[in-house]
Design a protein around this ligand. Structure first.
Ligand code: AMP
Length: 417
């Protein structure tokens, strides 16, 4: 037997119903905020991620699915989607006409991580990006949209962890302060964190080592190093979030593990996942587009880990989404009733009723048992006697009641019940 590849998984029904509902709500909320969908390739040039996500990050350093294709190109299964969106923005001149471009995506991402609960090698993200908008009002709107989305899934009590990572203007001095601070504690760091310290001290702030986390808690704060404009951006964002009633807390050592962020960075963590396991992360990336050869373009976005989101969904939303819905089982009682059943199924579907047609014609017992096994709650029985009378028997499988209904009134009856 050939099993699925380690770190990947099949999403099966009824779970796929839940995923589809979550995605439908995302599409609806994003459209209400004037975002359009973009679909970029799963496969990108390796250079795209090396230049944007950054060589010193775990993602590029050790998590990418990179290989040489038959034409000798180095390609990578995308580990995240922002770089691809920015590439497409430059490649297709989406900046033309000025104004902000608001784009969202839903799709699989790949990282060669150690598989564990909630962490996969193929996982899915729902994300959104605004390109060409530098004002903190855009940061606030993006966060507002996120809260709107999460609220519609039934989440309550979520709050944003927020920080500013400044810009090139001020980050140099901060990185040097970090380097000096962490160098004093290097003897308590493992190889991974020591490599990070050497390559980019900011990355030590993302450490997964509990001992080093304690050191991080006392490290210098980026907020104390912000240049005047970045500080003003941060302050203005807080005012706007207060005005919008969006709860947040300042997390002074939050940097998020990618190199391209500037100024605003944020995460939302959900209960029951563990502190490491943010539900989503995002931030501003005002240099990303120009780094890719495009015009100077400010940007901000977020990526929600859909696997985790589905994992911690409020039960009410999950149950509602997982239900088989109003699908009706149509059971021909005998093989000779199958043609009439097919015709009736077509008529019901034309009236907008979902029909699960039992193809067997093996009598009511087998037909009803099958319908129950598939989680359906209403069955329509069609036999020779009923056909002659122009009726069917509608059976409620939950309450065990039944009623004889004229075929001509069936659609109306089923919609009403
Ligand atoms: P990032 O792209 O690293 O900013 O991550 C954004 C979100 O994607 C995280 O908050 C997680 O919810 C999710 N995520 C990242 N890596 C994985 C993974 N290996 N498996 C499942 N979800 C992930």
């Amino acid at each position: 037997m050939i099993a699925s590849v380690k770190g990947t998984r099949d999403l099966l029904p009824p779970e796929t119903r839940v995923w589809n509902r979550v995605e439908a709500v995302a599409r609806e909320v994003f459209a209400l905020h004037a975002f359009d969908e973009i679909r970029t390739p799963v496969l990108e040039s390796t250079d795209l991620f090396v230049r944007t996500v950054g060589e010193s990050t775990d993602i590029v350093h050790k998590e990418m699915y990179t290989f040489t294709d038959r034409g000798g190109r180095s390609v990578t299964l995308r580990p995240e989607n922002t770089a691809g969106v920015a590439r497409a923005y430059v490649e297709h001149g989406l900046a033309q006409g000025g104004g902000a471009r608001k784009l969202y995506y839903i799709g699989p991402q790949f990282r060669y991580e150690r598989p564990q609960k909630g962490r996969y090698r193929e996982f899915r993200q729902i994300g959104a990006e605004v390109l060409g908008a530098a004002d903190p009002a855009t940061d606030a709107e993006v966060l507002g949209m996120l809260f709107d989305f999460l609220a519609r899934l039934g989440f309550t009590g979520l709050s944003v962890a927020l920080n500013s990572v400044g810009t090139d203007v001020c980050r140099g001095a901060y990185v040097e302060a970090l380097r000096a601070y962490f160098s004093n504690h290097a003897d308590r760091m493992g190889d991974d964190d020591r490599r990070r310290l050497e390559q980019n001290p900011l990355r030590v702030l993302d450490t997964k080592d509990p001992a080093v986390k304690a050191i991080v808690d006392e490290a210098p704060r980026m907020l104390d190093f912000l240049d005047a404009e970045s500080a003003a951006h941060h302050e203005e964002l807080l005012v706007l979030l207060d005005a919008a009633g969006i709860p947040y807390r300042i997390e002074p050592r939050l940097v998020r593990g990618l190199d391209y962020y500037t100024r605003t960075v944020f995460e939302v963590t959900a209960g029951g996942l563990g502190a490491q396991d943010a539900l989503l992360g995002g931030g501003r990336y005002d240099r990303l587009v120009s780094d890719l050869g495009g015009p100077k373009t400010a940007g901000i976005g977020f990526a929600i880990g859909e696997d985790r989101l589905v994992d911690v969904l409020p039960p009410a939303f999950r149950d509602e989404a997982a239900r088989a819905g109003s699908t009706v089982a149509l059971v021909p009682l005998d093989r000779s009733d199958r043609a009439a059943a097919m015709e009736l199924a077509r008529a019901l579907r034309a009236a907008g009723i979902a029909v699960d047609l039992d193809p067997a014609g093996k009598g009511p017992g087998a037909g009803l048992k099958g319908a129950e096994r598939r989680g359906l709650s209403v069955a329509v029985l069609l036999g020779g006697r009923e056909r002659e009378a122009g009726t069917v028997v509608v059976k409620n499988l939950a309450s065990r009641t039944q009623e004889t209904v004229p075929v001509g009134r069936l659609a109306e009856f089923l919609k009403g019940s």
